[in-house]
Design a protein around this ligand. Structure first.
Ligand code: R5P
Length: 295
């Protein structure tokens, strides 16, 4: 078994390697003057089972291209099996056509990963589970729920209500609530006017006097979560926590999340968060052991 890391989240890959008791394999990664990327695997992987860890986070196109080049390099080096470990699957929100003449980019990404030579994919908390079906190769879809639940178990929160920040996330929130002793569920009816602009409408369910925990797959600009938290407070929630697997944190996310509307923001390390972006309410949990176990 050989493990290599792309450049998008080396600390996570190092943690996974530690869990597995192995080293990350050596490779050369260079960028040419025109921006083109060069990768060379620095040891023989002939006949090996190779795992390539590369969350496709911002800058998503660069990280995705790097993953494809790594897969291609491994295939041409006669690896026996290549597993693309993609803790965060970029473009997952482009999983269907919502208007004419759009691309289904999540499917295009799948095609390219397979075409490059991957034999198996390992991903975590996909925005929509049907993305697995875009692949006709083995696909392991794992969830960060165990680490989030372990964390909540230490908090001893009473009178809790799990909240889905939109209708699309109900299945995820319901599964989370079930694991928390069948906690009650509330749903925010969110309407979007355009991409990355969230408009919150109503809360369906009872949150008055309760500790509300918003559960989402990702926090991007944090509009969804913070507008949701404001509404929950207006509806009488005592305190509001947010938890999400993927800390995309783009644009105004940090400013919004640290504005005080949230008691705590709990995310995982599928995407690295630069030191300067940390804020007092932020807790980052590691999914390295889960990935290591799945590998
Ligand atoms: C949407 O369906 C997703 O599950 C997230 O709720 C959304 O992408 C978060 O985006 P933002 O943080 O920019 O509101």
């Amino acid at each position: 078994l050989s493990l290599f890391s792309g450049s998008s989240n080396i600390p996570l890959a190092q943690e996974v390697a530690r869990y597995l008791g192995m080293d990350i394999g050596p490779l050369i990664r260079k960028r040419f003057a025109d921006g083109e990327l060069y990768i060379q695997i620095q040891e023989s992987i002939r006949g090996c089972d190779v795992y390539l860890i590369q969350p496709c986070c911002n800058p998503v196109n660069d990280h995705f291209m790097e993953l494809l080049i790594m897969i291609d390099a491994c295939r041409r080096a006669s690896a026996r099996q290549i597993t693309a470990v993609i803790p965060y699957y970029g473009y997952a929100r482009a999983d269907r056509k919502t208007a004419g003449r759009e691309s289904i980019t999540a499917k295009l990404v799948a095609n390219l990963i397979v075409e490059a030579g991957a034999n198996r994919v390992l991903a975590m908390d996909l925005h929509s589970a049907q993305i697995q079906g875009y692949f006709d190769i083995p696909f392991d879809h794992i969830y960060s729920t165990p680490v989030l639940l372990d964390y909540f178990a230490t908090k001893d929160l009473s009178d809790i209500v799990i909240v889905s920040p939109d209708v699309g996330g109900v299945a995820r929130a319901r599964a989370f609530a079930k694991k928390l002793d069948d906690a009650p569920l509330a749903i925010i009816d969110k309407r979007r006017q355009s991409h990355n602009v969230a408009e919150v409408m109503n809360v369906i369910g009872d949150v008055k006097g309760k500790t509300a925990v918003l559960v989402d797959d990702m926090i991007d600009t944090a509009g969804t979560i913070t507008e949701g938290a404001k509404l929950l407070r207006e509806e009488g929630a005592r305190q509001v926590y947010a938890c999400a697997t993927h800390a995309v944190f783009s644009g105004p996310a940090i400013e919004r999340l640290s504005s005080g509307v949230l008691e705590e923001v709990i995310v995982t390390n599928t995407i690295p968060i630069p030191e300067e972006a940390h804020f007092p309410q932020l807790t980052v949990l590691s999914v390295a052991n889960l990935l290591g176990e799945a590998i």
